[in-house]
Design a protein around this ligand. Structure first.
Ligand code: 5GP
Ligand code: MN
Length: 335
């Protein structure tokens, strides 16, 4: 993988570009993809964003979301665009299987592939150019760097600012995680000086849900949360019946995993949701417990040191048992 800087001189020649990201794109995935799209469009490229799957309704406020192709919903169109693409940007993931059914198509695509990502253990041989930096707060921060370093600061408009700021806020836990280095605040100051209305983005991210989601949250915290004080661990397991009863849609469960972290002394929080095709895990930790290794070792997953995800193909009950065994095996690390 050649350094990302090597494509800067090539940006001046218009190309057919596809930008893609991980399945069920969150604010960083969608924000970085659309932020980059708004830049490349201004530079004269023809740009299409393809999402491997659908996304949460609360992402729809981002400028440009309406034109994003959902691969599962509009496969022929997405494949036609991919077949014609000269450049493929892969944002906020680093290995093709994170794009579900789109993965095989991406691997086969006969075009220049460019990675911009901040997760661990990138599949570098799959990309021609790129940057992989786990010290970055978010992929949105990396797209901001891309814009500045390629000499396009003057292209940062309201659309780009809102998209990038949203991803930074989301991935830093509102500037709280240790990934929030000084440069993140400098980035925000710069966007602000260029006219960003940060309050609007916060409203769109955090005050943009329906009543059912709040009632669901209450139900889950009351009835589905188990605290294991001897392991400083909290587990939330959500059966499918809850998702149906509360009309839960993609994205409604986002942020749920953070609530138990407000309990004193909790080091690890695990959330498992009974999705149709798999049991999907989210892990969050504080301090020196490595969620990435934990997710990789036990749940076919990965992510960051303090935030990772994974999956189980077993039933919810079996997945919970599997977790309890893993938790006990990690007893020392959890003290
Ligand atoms: P979340 O819990 O918010 O879904 O994911 C937390 C972090 O772990 C994100 O950075 C996400 O990209 C990563 N992650 C989530 N699920 C998986 C997975 O199945 N495999 C890998 N490698 N990373 C994941
Ligand atoms: Mn991210």
């Amino acid at each position: 993988m050649k350094p990302i800087q090597d494509i800067f001189p090539l940006l001046s020649e218009p190309r057919r570009v596809v930008i893609t990201t991980h399945q069920k794109p969150d604010a960083d995935a969608m924000g970085s993809s659309l932020g980059l799209k708004h830049l490349l469009t201004q530079l004269g490229h023809t740009v299409t964003v393809i999402s491997p799957t659908n996304w949460a309704g609360w992402v729809n406020w981002m400028p440009g979301t309406k034109e994003v192709l959902d691969y599962e919903f509009d496969r022929p169109k997405a494949e036609a665009v991919l077949n014609e693409a000269e450049w493929l940007f892969c944002l906020d993931f680093n290995i093709f299987h994170r794009t579900k059914n789109l993965g095989e198509k991406l691997a086969q695509a006969n075009c220049t592939k460019i990675l911009i990502d901040h997760h661990q253990e990138p599949d570098e041989p799959s990309f021609d150019y790129g940057i992989s930096d786990t010290s970055k707060s978010s992929t949105c921060e990396m797209v901001y760097d891309f814009i500045i370093e390629s000499g396009n600061a003057d292209k940062i408009n309201e659309e780009i600012s809102e998209c990038l700021y949203a991803g930074v806020v989301a991935d830093t836990g509102s500037f709280r995680f240790s990934s929030t280095h000084a440069g993140v605040h400098r980035l925000v100051a710069d966007l602000k000086a260029r006219g960003l209305q940060h309050g609007k983005v916060h409203d769109n991210l955090f005050d943009n849900f329906l009543e059912n989601r709040l009632r669901f949250t209450g139900h889950v915290l009351l009835n589905r949360m188990e605290v294991f004080y001897e392991y400083n661990t909290v587990l939330i397991a959500i059966p499918k019946s809850d998702l149906i009863k509360y009309h839960i849609k993609t994205g409604d469960t986002e942020g749920l995993v953070n609530f138990p972290q407000t309990i004193q002394g909790i080091k690890l929080v695990a959330l498992v949701i009974d999705r149709d095709e798999e049991r999907k895990w989210s892990f969050r930790s504080k301090g020196n417990f490595d969620c990435n290794t934990f997710a990789r070792t036990y749940f076919e997953g990965g992510g960051h040191y303090n935030a990772a995800g994974g999956r189980s193909s077993e039933s919810l009950e079996k997945a919970v048992e599997q977790f309890k065994i893993a938790m006990k095996e990690n007893s020392t690390l959890l003290q």
